[in-house]
Design a protein around this ligand. Structure first.
Ligand code: T3D
Length: 262
């Protein structure tokens, strides 16, 4: 399947989506959102066991394409809530609920909703030259696409507040030190590490990994008792599957497991 604004492929259980508007640092326009929506439906419906998201060129994503907004004198005010409801909310929820690990390789700057979308992924790697910018305040806007939810949970209120109210550039290395992302890597090692992880997950116990991500995300809003109940329910379900059986048998037979994802 070919798209105009993203690159998409699915091979060997690995789905790859590359935001592909490099001349605009992969800023989101409506057409790119539609491409993404379609590709994510394919990822969910197909044989993918991991998704790798990245950006073409020197940036990851500069957020909303501001050229789509006409705010010249006399132009009507846009309904920004509508755009979020139509595009960003479904995108963030689609990434979060995808029943497989989602790796984001942040190859360059991630600004505004571009940063929000990166932080909605499960494992975020970033090149040392990359950075994260809560650019919204520079436009007089509120952080969106999940940033007000994810940022404080990842780095705490003080850092989330500073990043959001000041809009300063957070270098990838500091993002790793603050726990915003999984790993910062030398630029020339980013994609190799992302591919290594994707390959690892493509033969992993996909259903168990999907339940793991669901449980970890649910914990932010659950009591301990609710979370213990959730673990019981998920483990009961997973215990009925083939991959648990295979994992235990492989351990006993002192061989690597061959998970089929069920
Ligand atoms: O409207 C709504 O729907 C509300 C929702 C909003 C969600 C949001 O994401 S709000 C935040 C929007 N994004 C920004 O405010 C970021 C704007 N961009 C920048 O601040 C800078 O470009 C960066 C810090 C990201 C990178 O700076 P730099 O110096 O590395 O690159 P550059 O030269 O500024 O950008 C390169 C090109 O990309 C340039 O085009 P040109 O001059 O070469 O033709 C620039 O205009 C274009 N570009 C970068 N970001 C955007 C963009 N074009 C349109 N929209 C952008 N967001």
């Amino acid at each position: 399947m070919t798209y105009q604004n993203i690159l998409y492929s699915l091979a060997g259980g690995i789905a790859r989506i590359t935001l592909n508007r490099p001349e605009k640092l992969n800023a989101f326009n409506a057409a790119m959102h539609l491409d993404l929506r379609d590709a994510l439906i394919r990822v969910r419906a197909g044989k993918a066991r991991v998704l790798l998201l990245s950006g073409a060129g020197r940036g990851f994503c500069a957020g909303q394409d501001l050229d789509e907004r006409d705010l010249s004198p006399g132009a009507p005010a846009p309904d920004l809530g509508h755009g979020l409801e139509m595009h960003y909310k479904p995108l963030v929820l689609a990434l979060r609920t995808l029943p497989m690990p989602v790796i984001c390789a942040v190859n360059g700057v991630a600004a505004g909703a571009g940063a929000s979308v990166a932080l909605a992924c499960d494992i975020v790697l970033a090149a040392r030259s990359a950075s994260f910018i809560q650019a919204f305040c520079k436009l007089g806007l509120v952080p969106d696409a999940g940033s007000t939810y994810n940022l404080p949970r990842l780095v705490g209120t003080a850092r989330a507040m500073g990043l959001s109210l000041l809009g300063d550039k957070l270098p990838a290395e500091q993002a790793e030190n603050w726990g915003l992302i999984w790993k910062c890597l030398p630029d020339d090692q980013l994609m190799a590490e992302a591919e290594r992880l994707a390959l690892h997950f493509s033969t992993g116990p996909t259903k168990g990994l999907a339940r793991t991500k669901q449980a970890i995300y649910a914990s932010a809003d659950n009591t301990l008792e609710q979370q213990l109940d959730l673990e019981c329910a998920y483990q009961r379900d997973i215990g009925l599957g083939q991959d648990y059986r295979e994992g235990v048998n492989a351990f006993k037979e002192k061989r690597p497991p061959r998970f089929n994802g069920d």
